[in-house]
Ligand binder design. Structure first.
Ligand SMILES: Cc1cc2nc3c(=O)[nH]c(=O)nc-3n(C[C@H](O)[C@H](O)[C@H](O)COP(=O)(O)OP(=O)(O)OC[C@H]3O[C@@H](n4cnc5c(N)ncnc54)[C@H](O)[C@@H]3O)c2cc1C
Ligand SMILES: *[C@@H]1O[C@H](CO)[C@@H](O)[C@H](O)[C@H]1NC(C)=O
Length: 512
């Protein structure tokens, strides 16, 4: 085989490749490269003691809970996570069924089974459904600004508010019902903050919003835990590929590095770890989360990144969505109930209020889904996004349990409601190697910034090529924020390296 692309590595040995980060993007890239004969010299450097990153399943409450990724979004043939999960035998018959794969949800979150209000009543599900139709019809309209029509306002939030205000003019009910409708809509805004991983929809850019692509299929979960997927990929890698507890401190690129063991050989990149260890390499595939990159941008690259790329990292959004699991001795919900919504009657999306933290952070919580897969335990999973979610991370388990018990007593109107037995939650903003949940296209950025972030270094094509490649969820223009976007980005960068080694080879499409 001919080595192409002006590489300097000794023939027969293949280039030295380092993958930084062992989430699904890094593992996917490593698996792809390991299956190609030109890459016998590969390492994955992972900061923590486990693989999977934001795919993180924990045994708890006598079952498995997902601390990170929850669903396969759009489980159908075009989704590589679905395909891989099917291949590894990780899905049940229902998830695999043709019927499931054909369902088009448009990415809209399903309606609740019960909707409680802050005064201890319930909202009619018809009213909730009516508000859901209104909200999602406006969300769907945002697609028209992708091409052609100029966006009338910068953000999705402002657009939603503008359209809703216009609709309100035709509301004929009394003041009380109007207020309730707005409170329900406020819940939908908070749901959308969880979906987008943002504090406020006012931060999410309107024009590029429709670039996010929804695949067909009814979102499904992994009966045995999402991490089964990354564990399978991990198990397929040769023994010595993974290096755990190896946080990377700095990437020196555009250089000419040597090492004692390989006299005469030079490497354009040197990866320096927190523990002082240094790994020279020809190519580095960087898959660290955007939240980590934002925090360490000024010190992580030497020389610093080109201005445009650094700007893209600053501009693309990365926010927080957390989960809170509550275990109950006995269910207080009806059998068959799947989703509890909590509507705060004094809220409205049309009123801009400063984030309420100390006392009122709980108002950002959208409600709970009821985890179905537990035999004897009764477990709710709540979702909360934004600054209130980050504030919750600073509280103790006891404080969270106390606050949520208070909320549940208030909304069910039952002051005797037994407190949950246990609380477990994610803390993605505090996680030093993640610093948030996932990316979104923020006001001031566009899909072009995602492509800019995904561009390898150096930009100058005359130089030693493909020194630092960028993968991870935040580098996928249409599937950002998802596991399939992350996996596809890892494959994309692996294929880029394979094409460099083997220019004659057919560029493989994203296949398994
Ligand atoms: C609460 C939550 C819910 C979600 N729900 C869903 C869902 O339902 N469906 C869906 O499709 N997606 C969901 N996601 C998003 C999905 O989990 C991610 O998009 C995807 O897992 C990201 O994969 P990745 O490989 O890009 O990054 P990661 O999984 O974050 O992997 C990056 C890895 O890099 C490591 N790392 C970081 N810094 C360093 C360093 N300096 N040196 C070495 N290693 C480093 C990290 O430890 C990590 O293991 C959710 C995420 C969260 C947080
Ligand atoms: C890369 O190194 C060359 C010298 O070898 C230098 O001229 C060039 O400016 C460097 N590029 C960057 C981005 O620092």
């Amino acid at each position: 085989m001919e080595l192409g692309g002006g590489n300097v590595e000794a023939p027969g040995r293949g280039p030295r490749v380092l993958v930084v980060g062992g989430g699904i993007a890094g593992l996917g890239a490593a698996q792809r490269l390991c299956s190609h004969p030109a890459f016998p010299h590969l390492r994955v450097l992972e900061a923590t003691a486990r693989a999977g990153g934001r795919i993180c399943s924990e045994r708890s409450f006598g079952g498995v809970v997902e601390i990170g990724a929850h669903w396969i979004h759009g489980p159908s043939q075009g989704n590589p996570v679905f395909q891989l999960a099917a291949k590894y035998g990780l899905l049940g018959d229902k998830e695999l069924s043709e019927e499931n794969q054909l369902i088009e949800t448009g990415g809209h979150v399903g309606l609740p089974s019960v909707s409680y209000t802050s005064s201890g009543g319930t909202v009619s599900l018809e009213l909730v459904a009516e508000m859901g139709r209104l909200f999602y019809s406006v969300i769907d309209q945002t697609r028209e600004f992708l091409r052609g029509t100029e966006a009338p306002v910068p953000s999705v939030g402002e657009y939603l508010k503008k359209e809703i205000s216009q609709h309100m003019a035709s509301w004929t009910e009394g003041e009380e019902t109007k207020k309730l409708k707005l409170a329900i809509l406020n819940n939908f805004f908070n749901v959308e903050c969880c979906v987008s991983g943002t504090h406020s929809m006012d931060l999410v850019a309107l024009a590029p919003f429709g670039e996010y692509t929804v695949l067909p299929g009814l979102d499904c979960t992994f009966p045995g835990g999402y991490q089964g997927l990354t564990n399978h990929i991990l198990a397929s890698l040769p023994q010595d590929v993974m290096v755990f507890n190896k946080p990377v401190k700095m990437i020196h690129w555009n250089g000419s590095f040597q090492e004692a063991e390989s006299p005469g050989e030079t490497f354009p990149v040197l990866v320096e770890c927190e523990d002082g260890g240094c790994f020279p390499a020809h190519h580095v595939v960087l898959t660290v989360p955007l939240g980590f990159l934002k925090e360490h941008l000024d010190t992580f690259f030497e020389p610093p990144l080109p201005t445009e790329k650094a700007e893209a990292i600053r501009k693309i959004g990365f926010g927080t969505n957390n989960k809170v699991f509550l275990e109950f001795e006995e269910p207080f919900w009806e059998p068959g109930c799947q989703h509890i919504q909590v509507v705060w009657e004094d809220t409205s999306p049309l009123e801009t209020v400063a984030p309420a933290l100390q006392d009122a952070w709980v108002k950002k919580l959208i409600g709970f889904i009821i985890l179905p897969s537990f035999e004897s335990a009764h477990v709710l999973c709540g979702f909360i996004a934004g600054l209130e979610s980050e504030f919750m991370e600073t509280l103790s388990d006891e404080e969270v349990l106390l606050s949520l018990t208070r909320v549940l007593r208030q909304v069910t109107g039952n002051p005797q409601l037994p407190a949950p037995k246990r609380v477990l939650r994610s803390r993605w903003h505090s996680a030093p190697y993640t610093r948030g949940s996932y990316s979104y296209v923020a006001v001031g950025s566009t899909g072009d910034d995602i492509d800019l972030l995904a561009q390898p270094l150096p930009v100058d094509k005359e130089k030693a090529q493909l020194q630092v490649l960028f993968a991870g969820e935040a580098t996928h223009r249409t599937f950002y924020s998802t596991t399939h976007g992350a996996l596809l980005s890892g494959w994309r960068e692996a294929d880029r390296l394979i094409a460099l080694q083997d220019p004659q080879a057919q560029q493989p499409g994203p296949k398994l």
